[in-house]
Design a protein around this ligand. Structure first.
Ligand code: SAH
Ligand code: SF4
Ligand code: F3S
Length: 472
């Protein structure tokens, strides 16, 4: 057990997999050419962070990380189960790997992440995807070397749903970026929102020890990382499994004390755990941009209650008012689900009302997707897809108008932007994000990870456009 975990009720395990790493290393070293590993990621930032650990472990076992599945000897698909579409996409990609396996019989394909924690999906994989060698659930991700060693040694498939209620420290990480880093501070979710699969596939909340997180963030800042995002399914319930009362606002305040040139973001917060104390820490922070993602999901109290969200529209609006009072320049974004079972036209209108009232800078919106085993999937009043699609269109039309107007207010301002380098779609343009997490396109060159100041000349609903200016 890690010495830092003494005050956690969650067990911290040592992720040391040395014997298995050595076993796989013996295999990779015996190959004439170093074998390659391709990691494909679906889903949220948690999965992106998990994939960086998968790649880190693969590299530690002698694999060279590749961008092309055709070249790979090991393919790891990190899956998501949040909506039906996410699962179908993953299954369809895995289906396409069948011919790669036919060409290269030594190819090992492993499926990781949220989808494979579901028994019915594993049964499907067992039966219809015989070329998938193993499944690895998120709580035991650090056991990749063990799974791989077993598959290589025994030549047998390992389609299992093994899970642990632990926090594994010390796993190697291969970060995609050298200026932007993801730091998981907790795992799992206790909320059981009635539509959501996450608590079933990621288990109960487990917080990492503060010292481990602080050391990781310090290390990142020292190695030049400029943007650090703290991750958790319900990031602001961090610490509830600790005996010493150390909670998310304390952690955020402690991380904010770190000296250096960096910003600290966090996601995703749950409105029921968004406290005034947290807002106060943000407002007083040195490294914490004024940007908050606070999923609303729905504007009707009846629907919120059916969703098991534990707040009302009024409570949500109160928190928004407090944020704006403390940080008038704050940008606020949210998640919305339309067509939750039994949502009436009038209740959907209540969601539109909240949008008009709050004026979010951006929303992520989803048509409700029934998830097997969740209470909402068994509720009466499931709404036909065309009704959901029509509601979604109305929601987006309204939000576009709002976002347009919100962004228009920024025209003429000089904003600090963390450059992401050349735009992927147009190499003559550079791109980056403002402190408030808005995408900016600008014409003059800037390296990835460089802070620049951009004068905003034009705004659209999803992006700002401007020119780089020298700092005053
Ligand atoms: N833990 C975060 C994010 C969870 S997943 C939170 O609590 O907000 C991201 C978003 O996906 C959710 O906020 C929700 O809007 C959406 N979502 C989750 N389950 C869904 C489902 N079954 N159908 C449609 N959207 C869903
Ligand atoms: Fe899902 Fe709710 Fe947990 Fe978010 S808080 S992951 S929506 S159960
Ligand atoms: Fe998907 Fe799992 Fe994230 S279900 S959204 S990858 S927590």
């Amino acid at each position: 057990m890690s010495k830092n975990c003494a005050k956690n009720t969650t067990a911290c395990v040592d992720s040391d997999m040395t014997p298995y790493i050595n076993a796989v290393r013996a295999y990779t070293a015996a190959r004439a050419v170093a074998p390659r590993c391709f990691v494909l990621t679906f889903g949220c930032q948690q999965n992106v962070a998990d994939s960086e650990r998968l790649a880190g472990m693969a590299a530690s076992m002698g694999y060279v990380i590749t961008d092309t599945p055709e070249q790979a000897d090991l393919i790891l698909v990190n899956t998501c189960a949040i909506r039906e579409h996410a699962e179908q996409k993953a299954l369809s990609v895995v289906g396409q790997y069948k011919h790669l396996r036919e060409k290269n019989p030594d190819l090992i394909i492993g499926l990781c992440g949220c989808m494979v924690a579901q028994e019915h999906r594993r049964a499907e994989l067992k039966k219809s995807y015989p070329y998938v060698s193993f499944t690895l659930c998120t709580s035991v991700l650090y056991r990749l070397p063990q799974y791989l060693a077993e598959v290589l040694e025994k030549g047998k498939r390992k389609i299992v749903g093994e899970e642990e209620h632990t926090v594994a420290e010390g796993c190697p990480v291969r970060r995609e970026s050298n200026y932007r880093a993801w730091v998981s501070i907790m795992y799992g979710c206790n909320n059981f929102c009635s539509y959501c699969i996450v608590p079933y596939v990621r288990g109960r909340e487990r917080s990492r020890a503060p010292d481990d997180i602080i050391a990781e963030v310090k290390g990142l800042v020292e190695s030049g990382y400029k943007e650090i995002t703290l991750l958790g399914q319900n990031v602001n319930s961090y610490g509830k499994d600790r005996a010493d009362g150390y909670r998310f606002p304390h952690l955020l305040a402690d991380l904010d004390k770190i000296e250096g040139d960096f910003i600290l973001r966090f996601m995703t917060s749950h409105p029921k755990d968004a406290t005034r104390e947290l807002i106060d820490v943000m407002a007083a922070g040195r490294h914490i941009p004024h940007s908050f993602h606070l999923p609303l999901q729905a504007g009707s109290d009846r629907i919120l209650s059916l969703m098991n969200r534990h707040y009302t529209r009024e409570k949500y609006l109160e928190m928004i008012s407090y944020m704006r009072e403390k940080m008038p320049d704050i940008s606020i974004t949210t998640d919305i689900i339309v067509a939750f079972p039994s949502e009436t036209e009038a209740e959907f209108e209540e969601t539109l009302d909240v949008l008009r009232h709050v004026r979010f800078d951006m929303i992520y919106s989803f048509i409700y997707s029934p998830r097997k085993g969740t209470p909402a999937a068994a509720m009466e009043g499931q709404i036909p897809h065309d009704v959901g699609a029509a509601r979604m269109n109305r929601l987006l039309a309204l939000q576009n108008e709002i976002a347009d107007a919100q962004n228009e207010k920024l025209v003429g301002q000089c904003l600090r932007v963390l450059s992401e380098g050349e735009s992927k779609t147009d190499p003559s343009t550079y791109t980056g994000r403002t402190d408030q997490n808005k995408i900016v396109f600008f014409t003059d060159p800037a390296r990835e990870g460089e802070w620049v100041t951009v004068k905003i000349e034009r705004a659209a609903a999803f992006a700002l456009y401007g020119t780089k200016v020298n700092k005053a």
